[in-house]
Write a protein that binds this ligand. Structure first.
Ligand SMILES: [Zn+2]
Length: 663
């Protein structure tokens, strides 16, 4: 954790500065990806083998020893070998992680994962300190020619951590581990949801209070007024905290009513059993989504083919797996590894589309791992926008469940915006007031849950401890909100101008991985979430979409007159209506005598029947998000809080368990 934050800080401080340097995308639109070599992989390539620092250290030493008389070509050759060797280290780091998450009870795998984390940290330290010395040596000018000026600045000012700071990071890491143990303890001992939340809060709350103190000191050591400001910079955000405040106000005032309306419809739509019945294993989902991904843009097919051929994933169901999903780069292969612990539920479709969005971006990313970074606000556009775009094919993919599967994605994006803003305000308040008591923190959580429409768990004051990001990835959550706004922006455009929207999406995926959020949206012609009017227009257009396509599912209120030529999705609506109408017709035939009264009675009965059906579904908690893994992966996923298990699964899962679900 410590090193992750530090490394990210280092790299991302550079990000804002690098902005504008050589984006592959341009105003001209998507012009194809830069070609990169991708060799075929064997099974053994994907097995963790460990990594020895001997070669890396020797190469660094050799580079540093080069004098003015060493040919430039020799210097550059060794420099490239060092970058390649670090890529290999990163590959092994990712494979070790994947092995551990595949079986969280495997202590050898856990050890290997820790070891690779330390090796990576040490190698980074060695690398940057060596580069700093070389910059001041006879080959300084040559090295400079290989680096962006902002990286040069950063390397120049690179300092090894003081022992005191090192101790604080260790303490932080220890508290985070303590948090995971405490959560596991609550899971094991609580007999129902209410008891679980109370117990988890009682166990984890004091840990959080301690973490806030430790982080306050870390911020001070790093020259910041408070930890929120420190963390904000560490994620390479090229916008200001004030911009988030504006978005948060819009979220509370304007997105909450929309979210609630969509939530009601989402909740009342039939559970998508057809979508679940259609597959038995996760690879089948990959095969099912493949043609539609390629139809979105043929260039997405190259990465997908490579993924299928080389199987750089672990997506099968297993009870040994960590309950999470993520994608992390395999830079030595110019590829990535997808890890997902599936639910065997309808959510697996969206999860795999989401992860493929990350995979595709990684596949085309030429950045050496040592200079690699992930600006979450942009990386999550790669995944979230693809989830929305593929809803164009909902009829083909999901059949009669298309209306549910489509609104489900929109619903989750709005949830991301609301929960992202909520947890940001929550953490900002706490880190700015590091002496808050647990009681005050709980009160704050409760107040914000209602303000952001994220209430519903019944334990609003306590359930924030269930969101591991609050402990493990401080101040990270809001990036899901900013990216979801952009994803919705692309999707909204796609309803009117499919090709234009896809082009913008492809441009975002072709940006260098260190492009900042504002740079990305500007380059790709997307709206800025910092533009209040633009966000309000987006909200209105989602209202409009909802009104046109969903309002009359369960609502007889007068439909808004269409103002814009949105595509007509009424076919989907009609399918559901047909079902309802056929039930009514059948009843009417049996009744023989058709009177207005009878129709009314039947309608009421039918509605009641429907109500019973619905009440068997898992109650969703709009405010509930969860990620029990604590992975420090690049694309740590927001674990969803939406309807996720079938009634049978819910019954089988027992108390508390049913909440441990992810998107
Ligand atoms: Zn993601």
């Amino acid at each position: 954790m410590k090193k992750t934050i530090r490394t990210v800080t280092a790299v991302l401080l550079a990000v804002c500065l690098i902005a504008g340097s050589g984006a592959a995308a341009s105003a001209a639109g998507f012009e194809g990806y830069e070609p990169l070599e991708h060799r075929p992989l064997t099974e053994s390539d994907l097995q963790y083998k460990g990594w020895d620092d001997d070669k890396f250290d020797a190469l660094l030493e050799r580079l540093e020893a080069m004098g003015a008389d060493t040919p430039d070509s020799e210097f550059l050759d060794v420099y490239q070998q060092i970058l390649d060797e670090y890529d290999e280290l990163y590959n092994q780091y990712v494979l070790a992680d994947a092995a551990y998450y595949a079986d969280v009870n495997d202590s050898m795998a856990a050890e290997a994962s820790d070891e690779m984390f330390d090796k990576r940290t040490d190698a980074e330290d060695d690398f940057f300190l060596a580069m700093q010395r070389i910059l001041h040596g006879p080959k300084g000018k040559l090295l400079q020619s290989q680096l962006d000026p902002l990286w040069i600045d950063w390397i120049e000012t690179y300092v090894e951590e003081s022992e005191e700071l090192e101790e604080l990071y260790k303490e932080e890491n220890r508290l985070v581990q303590e948090y995971y143990s405490a959560i596991a303890e609550a899971e094991e001992n609580a007999s129902d949801d209410e008891e679980y939340y109370e117990m988890a809060n009682e166990l984890c709350g004091p840990i959080f209070v301690d973490l806030v103190q430790v982080r306050d000191q870390i911020a001070e050591w790093n020259g910041y007024d408070n930890y929120y400001e420190y963390a904000f910079d560490s994620y390479g955000r090229d916008y200001d905290p004030e911009d988030i405040e504006i978005l948060s106000e819009i979220a509370k005032d304007q997105i909450v009513p929309l979210f609630n309306e969509i939530y009601d419809t989402w909740w009342n739509l039939p559970y998508p059993e057809h979508a679940e019945d259609a597959f038995y294993d996760e690879e089948e989902i990959l095969a099912l989504i493949y043609p539609y991904i390629v139809d979105i843009h043929p260039d997405l097919g190259e990465a997908f083919d490579y993924l299928l051929e080389n199987k750089t994933y672990d997506i099968e169901y297993s009870t040994d797996k960590a309950s999470t999903g993520y994608t992390d780069n395999l830079p030595a292969f110019h590829s990535a590894f997808i890890f997902n612990s599936p639910y065997d539920s309808y959510q697996d479709y969206s999860d795999l589309v989401h992860e493929f969005g990350h995979y595709n971006a990684a596949y085309h990313d030429p950045m050496p791992a040592i200079y690699m970074t992930a600006v979450l606000d942009v990386a999550e556009i790669h995944s979230q926008a693809l989830e929305l775009l593929i809803t164009k094919y909902a009829d083909q993919l999901y059949g009669e469940d298309a209306p549910f599967m489509t609104i489900d994605v929109v619903f989750r994006m709005l949830n991301s915006v609301l929960s992202g803003c909520m947890y940001d305000e929550f953490q900002k308040t706490v880190y700015e007031n590091p002496d808050m008591t647990l009681e005050e923190i709980n009160d704050l959580a409760e107040e914000l849950s209602y303000a952001y429409g994220m209430d519903g768990s019944g334990s609003e004051a306590y359930d924030w401890v269930d969101v591991s990001h609050n402990f493990d990835m401080p101040c990270y959550y809001v990036s899901y909100a900013t990216s979801a706004i952009s994803a919705l922006d692309i999707w909204r455009t796609s309803l009117e101008d499919w090709d234009g929207a896809v082009d913008r999406y492809m441009q975002v995926t072709a940006l260098p991985s260190d492009a900042g959020y504002l740079e990305a949206v500007k380059t790709c012609g997307l709206m800025k979430f910092t533009d209040k009017k633009a966000v309000e227009r987006l909200i209105n257009e989602i209202w409009y979409y909802y009104d046109v396509n969903y309002r009359d599912f369960f609502d007889t209120k007068e439909k808004h007159e269409p103002k814009l030529p949105f595509p007509d999705l009424s076919g989907k609506v009609d399918k559901a209506k047909d079902v309802a109408q056929s039930v009514l017709k059948a009843l009417l035939i049996v009744a023989a005598v058709v009177t207005v009264l009878v129709v009314a009675v039947i309608a009421i009965l039918w509605k009641r029947h429907k109500g019973e059906e619905i009440s068997n579904q898992t109650p969703p908690n709009p405010g509930y998000t969860e990620d029990p893994s604590g992975i420090s992966s690049f694309y740590q996923e927001l674990r969803g809080n939406t309807q996720s298990v079938t009634p049978e699964e819910e019954a089988a899962a027992g108390p508390a368990e049913d909440d441990f679900v992810s998107e």
